[in-house]
Design a protein around this ligand. Structure first.
Ligand code: CTP
Length: 398
């Protein structure tokens, strides 16, 4: 997908630099040309020889290298690419970029370039969380610098938390997205997410424990593969992803209308935890304690959005994916749910409290398709989203 694209890859000094060797391979496999630049610190972690062997090109290292200046000046070098990628970017390099310093080749290129820049941070968790780094992150984002990662996980320094550099394939996906070259380019995908709030009266409502984390991650992953994403979300705990069209709703009926307005789409992913029932006659005045005893709420059934879209006779998305949150007999219930709703796939998960999945960071899902059930290992919600987005891309392409 990256054929004839040129990437200027600046490798910063950090242990994650070893992953950049794999990144070069992955980029070249996809037809991209890679011009590598090493900072002096990066040379402590990877050798210029291995970098240039993998890139099949000369490595640029020094600002005042006269041969390079004769061959290609740093200004020209900074502008010869379709995208500048810094992976890993260290706290130090982020600080330089924010401050506008240009005292070595990497920072000078970053100051001189007029092409988009994507950075993949990698640092110790405390360094990433430090207010200075977070200030720099916000400023760089405001300056239009794109970010991929960092991910959360075990770190080389023995600590745990955000700070790990994204995996090479995630960086490739971010590069494709930045260049508008992802496998979902030209595809429009709808994602529903979050809980719904069903009003009892103007101040009270019925809700559920969905945080919106999984749906948000799916929308982000789809956008990263180049899809045009319409993200219809109930009142979630997590903010919506960047780069998608966000439609905010409260109730199931509002979500249903927003989904309708978003059609037609190539695929729909229904990750929202939609309330099955609403209060039949929600009061437009606050209910008061009265001598007549306790209020009695009557329920009415909400529209089943997934089922309606799955069973559309005209304009049905080519791929409809539902989620099944179950607390018992997960496989059996989810398999039956797929048939009952008429969707193509069901992403089933066990949300019984012992799993810690609802509201948690990880998910253990089984993907149920027409061909059977596929159990995925327990992994972060972002990783589940990434894998699902890739499957969707493959299916829509095929
Ligand atoms: N869903 C929907 N509209 C609804 C209810 C559910 O679109 N009114 C979608 C969810 O987004 C999810 C799937 O249907 O993709 C499964 O929802 P779930 O509530 O688990 O299934 P139900 O049909 O409600 O089955 P049950 O309550 O028996 O578990």
């Amino acid at each position: 997908m990256l054929a004839s694209r040129r990437i200027l890859l600046i490798i910063g000094g950090g242990i994650a630099a070893y992953k950049s060797l794999d990144l070069i391979r992955r980029l070249r496999e996809r037809g991209a040309a890679v011009t590598p630049v090493l900072t002096r610190a990066a040379e402590e972690f990877v050798t210029p020889l291995s970098v240039s062997a993998l890139a099949g090109e000369k490595v640029y290292r020094e600002l005042f290298d006269l041969t390079d200046e004769a061959e290609m000046g740093h200004i020209q070098l900074s502008r010869s690419a379709d995208l500048v990628v810094v992976a890993p970017v260290t706290a130090d390099l982020m600080g330089k970029m924010t401050a506008g310093l240009a005292n070595d080749l990497a920072s000078t290129l970053l100051m001189a370039t007029d092409t988009p820049v994507l950075i993949a941070p990698a640092m110790n968790v405390r360094m990433w969380q430090h207010p200075a780094t977070q200030r720099n992150r916000a400023q760089l984002a405001a300056d239009g610098i794109r970010f991929v990662g960092p991910n959360e996980g075990d770190m080389a320094c023995g600590e745990f938390g955000p700070g790990r550099m994204s995996e090479p394939l995630e960086i490739v996906a971010a590069i494709e997205a930045a260049l508008g070259d992802g496998p979902l380019k030209g595809k429009r995908v709808l994602v529903t997410s979050g809980p719904t709030h069903e009003p009892i009266d103007p101040v009270r409502y019925i809700a559920n424990r969905s945080s919106g984390a999984q749906g948000t991650a799916v929308a982000r992953a789809l956008a990263a593969l180049g899809a045009e994403v319409v993200f219809v979300t109930g009142p979630a705990d997590v903010p919506p992803p960047e780069g998608v069209e966000v439609v905010r709703v409260q109730s199931a009926r509002e979500m249903d209308a927003a989904v309708d307005a978003a059609l037609p789409v190539d695929a729909g992913v229904f990750a929202a935890a939609v309330a099955d029932w609403r209060v039949a006659s929600a009061s437009d005045r606050k209910l008061k304690k009265s001598r007549d005893g306790l209020p009695v709420l009557e329920f009415a059934e909400n529209p089943d959005i997934l089922k309606r879209v799955s069973q559309m006779e005209q304009g049905r998305p080519a791929l409809v994916v539902g989620f099944a949150a179950e607390t018992n007999d997960v496989l059996e219930n989810a398999t039956a749910k797929r048939l009952r709703k008429g969707c193509d796939w069901i992403v089933a998960n066990d949300v019984s409290p012992a799993t810690g999945i609802m509201g948690g960071r990880e998910n253990a899902v089984t993907l149920i398709t027409g061909e059977g059930a596929e159990e995925w290992p327990r992994m972060g919600k972002d990783a589940v989203a990434d894998r699902l987005a890739r499957r969707i891309a493959e299916t829509l392409a095929g």
